[in-house]
Design a binder for this molecule. Structure first.
Ligand SMILES: *[C@@H]1O[C@H](CO)[C@@H](O)[C@H](O)[C@H]1NC(C)=O
Ligand SMILES: *[C@@H]1O[C@H](CO)[C@@H](O)[C@H](O)[C@H]1NC(C)=O
Ligand SMILES: *[C@@H]1O[C@H](CO)[C@@H](O)[C@H](O)[C@H]1NC(C)=O
Ligand SMILES: *[C@@H]1O[C@H](CO)[C@@H](O)[C@H](O)[C@H]1NC(C)=O
Ligand SMILES: *[C@@H]1O[C@H](CO)[C@@H](O)[C@H](O)[C@H]1NC(C)=O
Ligand SMILES: [Cu+2]
Length: 422
């Protein structure tokens, strides 16, 4: 079947309805002090729960006589030896620059994807984009969405470390903290310790309609960008793959219908205060974490219900970045910002699991097809996640739901009060 037929069911597709006004005046400066976020408090609560759970498990293991089969994973990975993923603003200037240099390194190394499968995959960075494009319609709105993206983000972190000498872990972008003004966040402020900022302003653009112009249930007005990013470390970054389902207009189309052909172009962004302030402020994340009683509820609330006019935190975060390839469901990992957003998605999943460790560890919900269209069997813990030419071993979902398992052994720490030392 053609991608475009499927893509019609995937509501990141959208288009144009209204002409945009001139860009608004610059926003007032952010207050220096921020009140603690309730969503961060829930993450901390989750971490305390996890510690208690692991301590209890350790006691049980120690008391077992004769010892039962060793809980190998728990022994290999503890809270003490887990990797710590931090918010970008908690990294020092040196750590930020090391991360940025590693991404640039990955995007200068040769691809491992056979060129007959993806002629547009030129770099190691592109191997990740190609895999995501290739599997888009079996990893979104499906039961493996959370675990697939957990493994994908981990694999990227490993490539930065093992192939490009990065010594830290994948940082995340804490949506609510910057929801009022993402372009002023340390991640997107355009400085040399950011991952570059907004695109150049392109006038005369239409709003984005979701799920489609015919069903304009959610309207996202154009932001202050839309064009190529103007400054910062990724100013000269080249996007090679896609588009497949672009929401930005005026992008040269890919030579191949599957989006895997070679289509070099600039990285464009359209940072959207409308998307972030409407869909990712603290109460939205708190609701997601507190009101989702099952894994299916959680995944559904996270990914939105477009016919009902609900964009959700996941798509809201993608459209906070926007433009090309950020606003393209298939090609979005072509913007390095993707991994910060998806680390935050994974942190939300991790937090939700930790809020009820015993009941939320080995659960999976959803089917094999996008929003179960056409109907398919339910996802199973034994289903395999394969990341193609990203080059990591195939794993079962069972292996990824348990987050402290080796090799993906990590915790998220907010460090909301940490002062970034330089
Ligand atoms: C795309 O997926 C197919 C089916 O799983 C696989 O055979 C192929 O190698 C993949 N291509 C890329 C570029 O990963
Ligand atoms: C905006 O939408 C109008 C009406 O659908 C269309 O004619 C026009 O080409 C669009 N403009 C852009 C820049 O996409
Ligand atoms: C569209 O792209 C062309 C060529 O890159 C450029 O000259 C033109 O200004 C762009 N128009 C808009 C509305 O972005
Ligand atoms: C976002 O844009 C929509 C559509 O233009 C508008 O109705 C809404 O008020 C905007 N929200 C914010 C917070 O700017
Ligand atoms: C999938 O799981 C749901 C929820 O547990 C259940 O209601 C449904 O019948 C299952 N579907 C199939 C095809 O087994
Ligand atoms: Cu994705």
């Amino acid at each position: 079947m053609k991608i475009s037929t499927f893509a019609a069911t995937v509501a990141l597709l959208s288009s144009s309805v209204r002409a945009s006004p001139a860009p608004p005046p610059p926003p007032p400066p952010q207050p220096e002090e921020q009140t603690p976020l309730e969503s961060d408090a829930l993450a901390d609560q989750g971490l305390r729960n996890l510690r208690l759970f692991l301590d209890a498990q350790r006691v049980q293991t120690a008391c077992a006589d004769p010892p039962g089969p060793p809980e190998q994973d728990a022994q290999q990975c503890t809270l003490e030896n887990a990797a710590v993923r931090r918010e970008w603003s908690a990294l020092s200037e040196k750590e930020k620059k090391e991360y940025i240099a590693a991404v640039q390194c990955l995007s200068s190394k040769p691809s491992q994807t056979p060129s007959e499968l993806a002629p547009g995959a030129k770099t190691r960075y592109d191997d990740f984009v190609a895999t995501h494009i290739n599997q888009t319609l079996s990893i979104h709105g499906t039961g493996n969405f959370l675990t697939w993206h957990r493994y994908f983000t981990w694999a990227y972190e490993q490539a930065l470390r093992n192939e490009c000498g990065y010594t830290g872990y994948q940082p995340y972008y804490n949506w609510p903290k910057w929801a009022d003004d993402p372009a002023q966040s340390p991640l997107f402020d355009g400085s040399d310790t950011s991952i570059s900022g907004d695109g150049a302003f392109v006038a005369g653009r239409n709003a984005t309609c979701i799920p489609s112009p015919a069903a304009c249930n959610i309207i996202l007005p154009p932001g202050n960008g839309g064009g190529c990013i103007k400054s910062g470390p990724f100013k000269d970054f080249t996007v090679n793959l896609g588009p497949v389902a672009p929401t930005a207009s005026n992008i040269s189309s890919n030579p191949l219908p599957n989006g895997l052909g070679y289509n070099p172009r600039c990285l464009r962004r359209d940072i959207s205060v409308n998307a972030s302030s409407t869909w990712t402020p603290d109460p939205s994340v708190v609701d997601l974490l507190q009101q989702s009683s099952t894994i299916s509820d959680f995944a559904k609330t996270l990914q939105g219900d477009f016919p009902a006019g609900f964009l959700g935190v996941h798509t809201g975060g993608h459209f906070t970045i926007g433009a090309d390839p950020g606003g393209d469901l298939f090609a979005s990992p072509g913007d390095p910002a993707f991994y910060f957003h998806h680390a935050a998605i994974d942190r939300a999943y991790w937090t939700w699991q930790n809020l009820d460790v015993e009941n939320r560890m080995y659960v999976v919900g959803g089917s094999l097809t996008v929003n179960n269209m056409p109907p398919s069997r339910n996802t199973s813990l034994e289903d395999v996640i394969s990341l193609g030419f990203v080059g990591v071993p195939d794993v079962t979902i069972r292996n990824k739901v348990k987050k402290w398992i080796s090799p993906s052994c990590f915790v998220y720490i907010a460090e909301i009060t940490a002062e970034a030392a330089t």
